[in-house]
Design a protein around this ligand. Structure first.
Ligand code: 5GP
Length: 119
């Protein structure tokens, strides 16, 4: 869980516009874009644009407040657009927990009754 923030991680490049992404929401604090390997239809990721946090432990509480407000905003939009039966919101810290990109992000994963996760 410890270590330095890598300015060249994939999501940092997406935030800077150096890598393409399917952006679905943006404000002064957060960016939301579609996950390239979606676990369900509408799988969306939300990241802070300014915070150089690898994970939940690194982020300043004020930046986290902005980020989670963005997560709620995008969850509302996903719910309105796709009308899922449920929505998983999750977040991983460290490789053993399943984290693969070290720029703090929240997953928004719509779920439908009887539809398993997978592409
Ligand atoms: P983690 O396991 O770190 O919580 O999730 C990283 C997520 O980022 C995965 O769901 C993966 O599919 C997604 N991902 C990895 N590389 C890219 C990319 O280049 N673009 C986008 N949009 N998503 C990515």
């Amino acid at each position: 869980l410890n270590g330095d923030y890598d300015e060249n991680n994939i999501f940092a490049k997406i935030v800077r516009g150096e890598l393409p992404s399917a952006r679905v929401f943006e404000n002064a604090h957060v960016l939301a874009f579609m996950d390239v390997f979606p676990q369900s239809r509408g799988h969306t990721l939300v990241v802070s644009k300014q915070s150089k946090a690898r994970n939940l432990l690194d982020i300043e509480p004020e930046d986290l407040a902005h980020l989670i407000q963005g997560v709620q905003r995008v969850t509302h939009a996903v719910n309105a657009a796709l009308k899922p039966d449920g929505i998983v919101v999750t977040q991983f810290n460290g490789a053993p927990a399943g984290q693969t990109v070290y720029h703090l992000h929240f997953h928004i994963i719509p779920r439908w009754e009887g539809v398993p996760l997978g592409r």
